[in-house]
Write a protein that binds this ligand. Structure first.
Ligand SMILES: N[C@@H](CCC(=O)N[C@@H](CS)C(=O)NCC(=O)O)C(=O)O
Length: 219
Protein backbone atom coordinates (compact mmCIF):
# COMPACT_ATOMS: atom_id res chain seq x y z
CA UNK A 1 0.00 0.00 0.00
CA UNK A 2 1.37 3.52 -0.78
CA UNK A 3 2.29 5.88 2.04
CA UNK A 4 1.46 9.58 2.30
CA UNK A 5 3.83 11.55 4.52
CA UNK A 6 2.73 14.75 6.19
CA UNK A 7 0.31 16.04 8.79
CA UNK A 8 -3.31 16.65 7.71
CA UNK A 9 -3.05 20.17 9.12
CA UNK A 10 -0.95 21.13 6.07
CA UNK A 11 -3.10 22.50 3.23
CA UNK A 12 -0.77 20.82 0.73
CA UNK A 13 -1.01 17.42 2.43
CA UNK A 14 -4.79 17.96 2.45
CA UNK A 15 -4.77 18.38 -1.34
CA UNK A 16 -3.31 14.90 -1.68
CA UNK A 17 -5.65 13.40 0.95
CA UNK A 18 -8.63 14.78 -0.98
CA UNK A 19 -7.32 13.50 -4.32
CA UNK A 20 -6.67 10.04 -2.86
CA UNK A 21 -10.17 9.95 -1.37
CA UNK A 22 -11.84 11.17 -4.57
CA UNK A 23 -10.02 8.45 -6.50
CA UNK A 24 -10.67 5.78 -3.89
CA UNK A 25 -6.97 4.93 -3.46
CA UNK A 26 -6.16 3.21 -0.17
CA UNK A 27 -2.99 4.40 1.59
CA UNK A 28 -1.12 4.51 4.83
CA UNK A 29 -0.67 7.89 6.43
CA UNK A 30 2.44 8.98 8.31
CA UNK A 31 1.47 12.43 9.72
CA UNK A 32 4.99 13.73 10.21
CA UNK A 33 5.69 17.49 10.53
CA UNK A 34 9.28 18.33 9.51
CA UNK A 35 9.48 21.67 11.35
CA UNK A 36 8.43 20.31 14.73
CA UNK A 37 9.78 16.76 14.48
CA UNK A 38 13.01 16.99 12.45
CA UNK A 39 14.43 13.75 13.83
CA UNK A 40 11.24 11.90 13.02
CA UNK A 41 11.20 13.41 9.54
CA UNK A 42 14.73 12.14 8.89
CA UNK A 43 13.10 8.71 8.93
CA UNK A 44 11.26 9.75 5.79
CA UNK A 45 14.59 10.93 4.48
CA UNK A 46 15.75 13.31 1.81
CA UNK A 47 15.33 10.86 -1.05
CA UNK A 48 11.56 10.96 -0.53
CA UNK A 49 11.36 14.73 0.04
CA UNK A 50 14.53 16.41 -1.22
CA UNK A 51 13.36 19.87 -0.12
CA UNK A 52 12.39 18.57 3.32
CA UNK A 53 8.72 19.48 2.85
CA UNK A 54 5.41 17.74 3.20
CA UNK A 55 3.60 16.13 1.45
CA UNK A 56 5.76 13.31 0.18
CA UNK A 57 4.52 10.01 -1.21
CA UNK A 58 5.99 6.54 -1.50
CA UNK A 59 4.56 3.93 -3.83
CA UNK A 60 6.66 0.78 -3.52
CA UNK A 61 10.22 1.69 -4.46
CA UNK A 62 9.05 4.91 -6.16
CA UNK A 63 8.77 8.13 -4.21
CA UNK A 64 8.04 11.75 -4.95
CA UNK A 65 7.23 15.05 -3.27
CA UNK A 66 5.09 18.14 -3.86
CA UNK A 67 1.28 18.09 -3.82
CA UNK A 68 0.91 19.10 -7.48
CA UNK A 69 3.36 16.45 -8.64
CA UNK A 70 1.84 13.73 -6.46
CA UNK A 71 -1.72 14.43 -7.67
CA UNK A 72 -0.59 14.52 -11.32
CA UNK A 73 1.01 11.10 -10.72
CA UNK A 74 -2.18 9.77 -9.10
CA UNK A 75 -4.16 10.87 -12.14
CA UNK A 76 -1.98 8.65 -14.35
CA UNK A 77 -2.05 5.76 -11.90
CA UNK A 78 -5.85 5.88 -11.55
CA UNK A 79 -7.40 8.05 -14.28
CA UNK A 80 -10.98 7.62 -13.10
CA UNK A 81 -12.62 9.66 -11.70
CA UNK A 82 -10.64 12.33 -13.55
CA UNK A 83 -9.44 15.30 -11.52
CA UNK A 84 -8.13 17.17 -14.57
CA UNK A 85 -10.37 18.35 -17.45
CA UNK A 86 -9.64 16.82 -20.87
CA UNK A 87 -10.29 20.00 -22.87
CA UNK A 88 -6.98 21.86 -23.36
CA UNK A 89 -8.23 25.24 -22.22
CA UNK A 90 -10.13 23.85 -19.24
CA UNK A 91 -7.04 21.83 -18.32
CA UNK A 92 -4.88 24.94 -18.37
CA UNK A 93 -7.43 26.93 -16.36
CA UNK A 94 -7.66 24.17 -13.76
CA UNK A 95 -3.86 24.23 -13.37
CA UNK A 96 -4.02 28.01 -13.09
CA UNK A 97 -6.50 27.85 -10.19
CA UNK A 98 -4.32 25.27 -8.45
CA UNK A 99 -1.41 27.68 -8.85
CA UNK A 100 -3.58 30.55 -7.63
CA UNK A 101 -4.16 28.55 -4.45
CA UNK A 102 -0.54 27.50 -4.03
CA UNK A 103 1.14 30.83 -4.67
CA UNK A 104 -1.71 33.35 -4.15
CA UNK A 105 -3.90 32.11 -1.30
CA UNK A 106 -1.35 30.02 0.61
CA UNK A 107 1.11 32.79 1.56
CA UNK A 108 -1.69 34.96 2.97
CA UNK A 109 -4.01 32.36 4.51
CA UNK A 110 -1.42 29.78 5.56
CA UNK A 111 1.70 31.89 5.84
CA UNK A 112 0.20 34.79 7.75
CA UNK A 113 -3.30 34.11 9.15
CA UNK A 114 -2.94 30.43 10.09
CA UNK A 115 0.72 30.74 10.97
CA UNK A 116 0.18 33.66 13.34
CA UNK A 117 -3.13 32.61 14.86
CA UNK A 118 -2.50 28.87 15.30
CA UNK A 119 0.99 27.66 14.37
CA UNK A 120 2.98 30.32 16.25
CA UNK A 121 1.39 29.76 19.68
CA UNK A 122 0.79 26.03 19.26
CA UNK A 123 3.95 24.78 17.60
CA UNK A 124 6.49 27.58 18.07
CA UNK A 125 5.40 28.77 21.54
CA UNK A 126 5.23 32.44 20.75
CA UNK A 127 2.26 34.83 20.80
CA UNK A 128 0.29 35.77 17.71
CA UNK A 129 1.40 38.94 15.97
CA UNK A 130 -2.07 40.48 15.67
CA UNK A 131 -1.01 43.27 13.33
CA UNK A 132 0.17 40.71 10.75
CA UNK A 133 -3.21 38.95 10.99
CA UNK A 134 -5.32 42.09 10.72
CA UNK A 135 -3.31 43.42 7.75
CA UNK A 136 -3.67 40.05 5.99
CA UNK A 137 -7.45 39.99 6.59
CA UNK A 138 -8.19 43.62 5.80
CA UNK A 139 -5.70 44.34 2.99
CA UNK A 140 -4.20 41.21 1.46
CA UNK A 141 -7.16 38.83 1.38
CA UNK A 142 -9.91 40.98 -0.22
CA UNK A 143 -8.37 41.19 -3.72
CA UNK A 144 -7.71 37.44 -3.67
CA UNK A 145 -11.34 36.78 -2.74
CA UNK A 146 -12.67 39.32 -5.23
CA UNK A 147 -10.98 37.56 -8.13
CA UNK A 148 -12.51 34.19 -7.16
CA UNK A 149 -15.96 35.74 -6.67
CA UNK A 150 -15.73 37.13 -10.17
CA UNK A 151 -14.56 33.80 -11.65
CA UNK A 152 -17.32 31.68 -10.09
CA UNK A 153 -20.82 31.11 -11.41
CA UNK A 154 -23.84 30.29 -9.28
CA UNK A 155 -23.46 26.66 -8.26
CA UNK A 156 -21.05 24.11 -9.67
CA UNK A 157 -17.27 24.17 -9.72
CA UNK A 158 -14.48 26.42 -10.89
CA UNK A 159 -13.77 24.79 -14.27
CA UNK A 160 -15.80 22.78 -16.75
CA UNK A 161 -18.70 21.66 -14.57
CA UNK A 162 -16.86 18.94 -12.63
CA UNK A 163 -14.97 18.91 -9.35
CA UNK A 164 -11.30 19.13 -10.38
CA UNK A 165 -7.79 19.93 -9.21
CA UNK A 166 -8.85 23.60 -9.44
CA UNK A 167 -11.35 23.07 -6.60
CA UNK A 168 -8.95 20.96 -4.54
CA UNK A 169 -6.19 23.55 -4.92
CA UNK A 170 -8.38 26.50 -3.98
CA UNK A 171 -10.70 25.04 -1.34
CA UNK A 172 -7.88 23.50 0.70
CA UNK A 173 -6.75 27.01 1.69
CA UNK A 174 -10.26 27.99 2.79
CA UNK A 175 -10.28 24.95 5.06
CA UNK A 176 -7.10 26.43 6.56
CA UNK A 177 -8.85 29.78 6.98
CA UNK A 178 -11.82 28.09 8.65
CA UNK A 179 -9.53 26.73 11.40
CA UNK A 180 -8.88 30.39 12.24
CA UNK A 181 -12.57 31.36 12.12
CA UNK A 182 -12.04 33.24 8.86
CA UNK A 183 -14.39 32.86 5.89
CA UNK A 184 -15.46 35.12 3.01
CA UNK A 185 -18.40 37.30 3.96
CA UNK A 186 -21.62 35.89 2.44
CA UNK A 187 -22.96 39.32 1.52
CA UNK A 188 -19.78 40.59 -0.10
CA UNK A 189 -18.75 37.27 -1.72
CA UNK A 190 -22.00 35.27 -2.08
CA UNK A 191 -20.83 32.92 -4.83
CA UNK A 192 -17.47 32.24 -3.18
CA UNK A 193 -19.06 31.70 0.22
CA UNK A 194 -21.53 29.14 -1.17
CA UNK A 195 -18.81 27.51 -3.27
CA UNK A 196 -16.54 26.98 -0.28
CA UNK A 197 -19.38 25.43 1.73
CA UNK A 198 -20.10 23.12 -1.20
CA UNK A 199 -16.47 22.07 -1.64
CA UNK A 200 -15.69 21.54 2.04
CA UNK A 201 -18.89 19.51 2.52
CA UNK A 202 -17.68 16.83 0.09
CA UNK A 203 -16.85 13.60 1.92
CA UNK A 204 -13.21 13.82 0.78
CA UNK A 205 -12.74 17.30 2.26
CA UNK A 206 -14.89 16.68 5.35
CA UNK A 207 -12.79 13.67 6.32
CA UNK A 208 -9.47 15.48 5.76
CA UNK A 209 -10.70 18.49 7.76
CA UNK A 210 -11.86 16.28 10.65
CA UNK A 211 -8.36 14.74 10.79
CA UNK A 212 -6.72 18.18 10.83
CA UNK A 213 -9.06 19.37 13.59
CA UNK A 214 -8.30 16.26 15.63
CA UNK A 215 -4.60 17.08 15.36
CA UNK A 216 -5.10 20.73 16.31
CA UNK A 217 -7.33 19.79 19.22
CA UNK A 218 -4.89 17.16 20.42
CA UNK A 219 -1.92 19.55 20.75
N1 LIG B 1 4.82 23.28 -3.22
C1 LIG B 1 4.76 22.38 -2.10
C2 LIG B 1 4.62 23.16 -0.81
C3 LIG B 1 4.72 22.25 0.40
C4 LIG B 1 4.97 23.03 1.68
O1 LIG B 1 5.32 24.22 1.68
N2 LIG B 1 4.80 22.33 2.79
C5 LIG B 1 5.09 22.93 4.08
C6 LIG B 1 4.01 22.56 5.10
S1 LIG B 1 2.45 23.26 4.71
C7 LIG B 1 6.38 22.36 4.61
O2 LIG B 1 6.65 21.19 4.49
N3 LIG B 1 7.19 23.23 5.20
C8 LIG B 1 8.43 22.82 5.78
C9 LIG B 1 8.33 22.43 7.17
O3 LIG B 1 7.21 22.24 7.70
O4 LIG B 1 9.38 22.27 7.78
C10 LIG B 1 3.59 21.39 -2.29
O5 LIG B 1 2.65 21.73 -3.03
O6 LIG B 1 3.64 20.27 -1.75
Amino acid sequence: MPTLYGAPVSPFVRKVMVALAEKGIAYEHDPVVPAIAPAEFKRVSRDVSPLGRIPAYRDGDFSLADSSVIIAYLERVKPSPALYPSDAKDYARALWFEEYGDSGLAPVIGGRIFFEKIAAPLFFKRPTNESVVSKAISEELPPLLGYLEQQLGNGGWLVGGNFTIADIGVATHFAQASFCGVSPDAKQYPRLNAYIDRALARASFADAIAKAKAMLGAK
